[in-house]
Design a protein around this ligand. Structure first.
Ligand SMILES: Nc1ncnc2c1ncn2[C@@H]1O[C@H](COP(=O)(O)OP(=O)(O)OP(=O)(O)O)[C@@H](O)[C@H]1O
Ligand SMILES: [Mg+2]
Length: 156
């Protein structure tokens, strides 16, 4: 049984009224991480995925100011109380090639590592171990709905 198969991360639905509430929720999750987790984030452009990841980083004792969108590098590594890999697949075509482009197979062999993926739907049906899903709805000035759940790698 892998660490990620237990229900030790809070699941449910939250309403976030501003970026700092989204950050704080990410931080709560970050504090609950044990290593070996994969967090799949989805939500429209500007939803707050990167804000949430900054919170996760803070919960892992990484300086959140260091965390920037990995747009060009695709994978940003950080070292906190656990290794954190922040991936953004926005610029990649959907499918297995997206996973290969970021060498996901290799990353998930690191049992200590936490892997957080923005635009995770680009992975298509790429097979992954059980993951945590973070779905953010809303953008602009609107309140966000954030749903955290556990499930298989594909979105639904
Ligand atoms: N409740 C909220 N939660 C998160 N961000 C919010 C909220 N309200 C407003 N914002 C603003 O929305 C923006 C979210 O930007 P962010 O880069 O995190 O989005 P993203 O989902 O990562 O977008 P992209 O798809 O481009 O990577 C920030 O400017 C943030 O200040
Ligand atoms: Mg982002």
């Amino acid at each position: 049984m892998t660490a990620a198969s237990e229900e030790y991360i809070s699941t449910g639905e939250w309403t976030s009224l501003n970026a700092s509430e989204t950050f704080d929720l990410g931080k709560q999750v970050g504090m609950q991480l044990r290593g070996g987790e994969i967090l799949l984030l989805d939500g429209p452009l500007g939803a707050g995925k990167t804000v949430f990841v900054k919170g996760v980083a803070a919960g892992l004792e990484v300086d959140a100011d260091e965390v920037t969108s990995p747009s060009f590098t695709l994978v940003n590594p950080y070292q906190g109380r656990l290794p954190l890999f922040h991936i953004d697949l926005y610029r990649l075509d959907a499918g297995a090639s997206a996973a290969h482009a970021v060498d996901l197979d290799e990353l998930i062999t690191n049992e200590e590592a936490v892997i957080v993926i923005e635009w995770a739907e680009r992975l298509g049906k790429y097979p992954l171990p059980p993951c945590w899903h973070v779905k953010i709805q809303g953008d602009g000035d609107a309140a966000r709905s954030i749903i955290i759940s556990r499930g298989s790698a594909t979105k639904d």
